[in-house]
Ligand binder design. Structure first.
Ligand SMILES: C[S@@+](CC[C@H](N)C(=O)[O-])C[C@H]1O[C@@H](n2cnc3c(N)ncnc32)[C@H](O)[C@@H]1O
Length: 275
């Protein structure tokens, strides 16, 4: 239970109206954890006091927006999912002249670069026909994604993350603990800012990978995001969501499972969502 619901709601209303972050779509407990971490850092113990501070301080506004974005990601996150993504890419390569992929909520780029490396690496996928759009709401993380440089840390082993590739050295230039994605990998990917909550759907994607965002989103608001994603898919296009995420009931008629346990689905002909 939150200490003061009115104060907390006032704070969230301010963030939504003035800072443009759609707090109403996110899980309250998640938002509270992020706000509380900023309150500890700024030595503020009431939501109203923190709101005063926030409205006067541009840097704190940036810090709070940063705190709301959880950017945890990796190359080939859940490798077993990527084996199935590989076979989806092979199928698309046979069926379609060009393959358009969208990594929605791409964080620091390791997800779209994994798609790119897979396309370059697999002899059955014609990488010349592959184009990857990668989007995120967070401008800073998109700059990191464009740089494409990743480092080993105490808890991150980039070489291990790249292990699903036979010879990852072809796709990254390694300098000690730093791994820079090669130009060939970058060339298939274009990054842009896109908000999956307030933004328009895109069109004609053959595969949308939208993983590990719903875990932070309020249950009732997952549907509009998934509708945006679903509308962005071509007929017979594929959708991959996070391994611990689920499709809302209303969307189940629109998607048939390709690999249910791995959360990979194919859009069926019944494109309209019955409400
Ligand atoms: C945990 S990361 C997931 C990254 C990657 N998809 C993966 O599974 O490894 C969640 C990402 O969602 C982004 N995000 C949060 N709200 C968003 C929104 N409304 N629209 C687009 N991206 C959003 C965050 O900035 C963050 O980079």
């Amino acid at each position: 239970m939150r200490p003061d619901d009115d104060e907390f709601d006032r704070l969230l209303d301010y963030v939504e109206a003035e800072l443009g972050f759609a707090t109403s779509y996110y899980d309250d407990a998640y938002l509270d954890r992020r706000v509380s971490s900023r309150m500890r850092r700024t030595d503020t113990d009431e939501y109203d006091r923190y709101l005063d501070l926030l409205s006067d301080d541009d840097r704190e506004q940036d810090a709070l927006l940063d705190a709301f974005s959880v950017n945890v990601t990796s190359f080939f996150r859940n490798p077993e999912v990527w084996e199935e993504v590989r076979s989806v890419l092979r199928t698309l390569s046979v069926e379609r002249d060009r393959i358009r992929l969208w990594s929605a909520a791409c964080s620091d780029g390791r997800e779209p670069y994994s798609l790119s490396m897979l396309a370059l690496d697999d002899p059955e996928v014609d990488d010349g026909n592959v184009a990857i759009t990668a989007t995120d709401i967070d401008r800073e993380i998109l700059s990191a994604a464009r740089r494409g440089v990743y480092e080993n840390t105490r808890t991150t082993d980039i070489g291990e993350q790249l292990a699903p590739l036979d010879e990852y050295e072809e796709y990254v230039e390694r300098d000690g603990d730093r791994f820079a994605v090669t130009d060939a990998v970058k060339d298939l990917v274009s990054f842009e800012r896109h908000d999956l909550i307030n933004g328009d759907p895109k069109s004609d994607f053959d595969l949308v990978v939208c993983r590990n965002l719903f875990i932070y989103i309020d249950t009732e608001h997952k549907l509009p995001i998934l509708e945006t994603v679903s509308e962005s898919l071509s007929e017979g296009g594929y959708l991959v969501i996070g391994k611990t995420e689920t499709l809302p009931e209303l969307l189940k008629p629109v998607f048939e499972p390709v690999a249910r346990r791995l959360r990979i689905y194919k859009k069926t002909d019944s494109t309209s969502i019955q409400k």
